[in-house]
Write a protein that binds this ligand. Structure first.
Ligand code: PEP
Ligand code: MG
Length: 755
């Protein structure tokens, strides 16, 4: 290490003394800026702090005019300092004056300075200020100087968070009248409703000692903490050993992150630069959170949440901050408020007390949501500024079905909530009363009601709902919950379990449907402009047949002597169907040659979700396809050219429109004429009114989300299909965008139950 670098690094030791010494935060800020300027040999060191309204205020400076302190203010994005705050990234410029973003502030006297290096002060993944140094002459700052400045920025960020320099309420957006009832909106991540007391997910562990004395001692502390943490995760895993497959896999995956060499390596590197073990964990975590805010790939974002969960755990082991005491003190009914949540963090809470989870971030595929589904806890994600709007101990109603949060609900909302809970209970009991009754319409049509599943615990819905089978088993979900492609053996075991849980009821497996928004962690794919219409689903598995072959092999082995039903997703033409079927036939032959007991019967079908296939249906039906299942979610998005994931378009196009119904009518007519069984497994089948239109069009198989079985069956039991059919046919040629209201009125007039 060069002498200059060694001298500069010794600055960290003196920084520790300043932090440990007394004095107000302002005094310490002043001392630190002076120390940095001296230690790095710069003419200026300034600290800017973010205040309400996205304004950066000069809080302390060595080298600029003291008169500018607490006077100079910059907007985020304004000038070079503003740019550091806006991007959250360090910036070094040798000639600030010629930089396009330079903002001249005469009161600071900065016309004298040529070069600048600024780094963000980050806390909890947010930029809370900027630390900058400047020099009169043009200077290229070295990498180690930036590293030191970043370390100091972190120490200051930590101090500012604990100090009262800026009111906490000022740091967040103002949320209007905060004590009145309020309704917030977010994304529905898991349905259900709950009422409870707001509990902030454990405040972050405060790290008081950021700079270390001796890297070897810190490394030893890190190793001990890592080993303690792994042991505690192992005990948690042992505790949850009996839960169904993927849920357990999620925890196993989480355990693997604790071994992640990259993560531990980065922490170790920071220890070598002079940070304490906890300081290094915090630094890596802060860097990661900031990166996370810039990553759009949902899978990566979700895995970063897991690492964050681990970082907090590790910090607790390092700082001895016992968290369990706080957890034993919980109110009886808890609504957890968090920025995001790892799966293990969720399990730290007593699930019987959890009535809901509200996240500032979060997405449906994240591991904590998968666990919440297993535990039946409503979750709402992407609620903006939730910490500013919900205070600890506030009463909160979580309506996971609609993505609504009612904070400090008035009597009316509470009453509606209690009624809602009661009504749900009664409705469940009511649906249970005809659970074992077949779904037969009033005029005697037998409709097969199946469920959609994708995780083993979904299979419970098959028994509970009394459905006729699984009409769509989405096999990609277990692929997404694992860190690597599952082996044939793992897949075989999983599919075997699914079939076992289904008993004598049929299960239709859909082959891997990844791509689009369903990303696999182990496939590095180039970003696509339009992933929903990109390289996804059957397109991937036909291009990479080994994956398809392995999956089909596992399905054949798992089926034993049972029936094997397979369908292919996103098929756009007959050639694709044939190609996929050929792979299946080859695998069947291969397995037969190996002596694997053949399935009792093989049924090969296709999803119909790409409009082009409709125009080749006659050819497909002649080609010996055994069954067809309409994937209305995708079929509608492609028919109306309306991204199904774009919430702005939600409700803009209606599957109950003459256009959509006419398409479905054509499909039914063609399949009926060829006597090929036809089902529909998109979301619309779960809605009683939509399902009424579908059976009127001639659908006899519907595959719905398990909670939809009761309401759809109730509708069927009260419907005279022969009466609805002619009515629906009169709607097909209307010029309207939707015939939903016409159908609703018809149902009401004819005593059809739509609850
Ligand atoms: C569909 O597209 O309707 C469907 C059932 O498949 P997924 O929702 O999994 O794309
Ligand atoms: Mg689909």
């Amino acid at each position: 290490m060069a002498e200059r670098e060694r001298d500069a690094r010794s600055l960290l030791g003196r920084l520790r003394d300043i932090m440990a010494g007394g004095g107000s935060p302002q005094v310490r800020l002043d001392l630190v800026t002076a120390l940095i300027a001296r230690g790095l040999g710069t003419d200026v060191c300034s600290c800017y702090v973010l205040r309400a309204g996205e304004v950066l205020e000069l809080f302390a400076t060595e080298g600029l005019s003291q008169a500018a302190v607490h006077k100079t203010r910059l907007r985020v994005s304004e000038g070079l300092i503003g740019e550091v705050a806006a991007t959250g990234r360090a910036l070094t410029v040798a000639d600030a004056w010629s930089h396009p973003n330079f903002a001249y502030r005469p009161e600071t006297g900065e016309d004298l300075f040529q070069s600048l290096m600024g780094v963000p002060m980050i806390r909890g993944g947010r930029v809370i200020g900027v630390l900058a140094v400047q020099n009169r002459e043009s200077r290229d700052y070295e990498e180690f100087e930036q590293e030191i400045l970043e370390t100091v920025a972190m120490v200051l960020a930590e101090m500012l968070a604990g100090a009262d320099l800026v009111g906490k309420d000022e740091l967040g957006p103002v949320a209007g009248n905060a004590v009145l009832p309020m309704r917030l909106e977010g994304d529905r991540l898991n349905g259900g409703i709950g009422l409870g007391t707001a509990v902030y997910h454990r405040p972050e562990v405060m790290v008081h000692r950021l700079v270390g004395d001796d890297p070897e001692t810190e490394m030893e502390r890190l190793r001990t903490a890592l080993s303690e943490m792994r042991q505690s995760i192992d005990s948690m895993l042992a505790l949850h050993r009996d839960v169904p497959g993927e849920y357990h896999d999620v925890l196993e995956t989480f355990r693997m992150f604790a071994e992640d060499a990259g993560w531990i390596g980065r922490i170790s590197e920071h220890i070598q630069t002079g940070l304490s073990a906890e300081g290094a964990v915090r630094k890596v975590d802060d860097d990661m959170r900031l990166r996370m805010s810039q990553v759009s790939d949902p899978y990566i974002r979700e895995r970063l949440h897991d690492l964050e969960d681990l970082a907090n755990r590790l910090l607790r082991h390092l700082t001895g901050d016992g968290s369990t005491a706080a957890l034993s003190d919980l109110p009886e009914h808890v609504v957890l408020i968090c920025r995001s949540l790892g799966p293990a963090e969720l399990l730290d809470y007593d699930p019987s007390r959890l009535r809901g989870v509200i996240m500032e971030e979060g997405s449906s595929g994240m591991h904590a949501v998968i666990v919440a589904k297993a535990l039946d806890i409503p979750v709402i994600g992407r609620v903006p500024d939730v910490f500013q709007r919900v205070a600890p101990l506030d009463q909160v109603v979580v309506d996971g079905d609609h993505g609504h949060v009612f904070v400090r609900p008035g009597e009316d909302v509470r009453e509606a909530f209690l009624n809602g809970v009661l009504a749900r209970k009664q409705r469940r009991a009511f649906y249970q009363s005809f659970r074992d009754q077949p779904a037969v319409s009033r005029d005697g049509y037998r409709i097969k009601l199946m469920i959609n599943a994708g995780l083993l615990f979904d299979m419970e819905g098959l028994v509970e709902s009394g459905a006729d089978g699984v009409g769509l088993y989405r096999t990609e979900i277990p692929f997404m919950a694992r860190p690597s492609l599952p082996s044939v053996e793992t897949q075989t075991e999983l599919y075997d379990k699914v079939l076992e849980l289904a008993g004598d009821k049929p299960v239709t497996f859909r082959t891997l449907d990844v791509g689009g928004d369903k990303l696999l962690p182990y496939w590095n794919r180039a970003p696509e402009d339009n992933p929903a219409m990109g390289w996804r689903s059957i397109r991937i598995t036909l291009d990479r047949p080994a994956i398809l072959r392995e999956q089909l092999r596992a399905l054949i082995r798992a089926s034993g002597r049972r029936e094997l039903r397979v369908m292919f997703p996103m098929v756009a033409n007959v050639a694709e169907f044939r190609a996929a079927r050929k792979v299946l036939m080859a695998e069947l032959a291969r397995e037969a040659a190996r002596g694997t007991p053949p399935p009792r019967r093989v049924r090969i079908g296709t999803m119909l979700e790409v409009p082009s296939l409709i125009w080749q249906l006659p050819a497909l039906l002649k080609d010996g396809v055994d069954f067809i299942s309409v994937g209305s979610n995708d079929l509608m998005q492609f028919t109306f050219a309306a991204d199904r994931a774009n919430s702005r378009l939600a409700g803009r196009y209606d599957p109950l429109s003459p256009a959509a119904l006419s398409i479905l009518h054509r499909v039914v007519t063609l399949c009926d004429a060829a006597a090929v069984p036809l089902s529909l497994c998109g979301e619309m089948a779960s809605r009683p009114l939509d399902a009424m239109a579908l059976v009127a069009l001639g659908f006899r198989f519907l595959s719905v989300a398990a909670p939809g079985v009761g309401p759809v069956k109730q509708m069927l039991l009260s419907t005279n299909i022969d009466q609805v059919r002619p009515y629906v046919e009169t709607l097909l040629d209307l010029p309207d965008a939707s015939v939903r209201e016409n159908l609703r009125s018809f149902a009401l007039d004819h005593g059809i139950s739509l609850s």
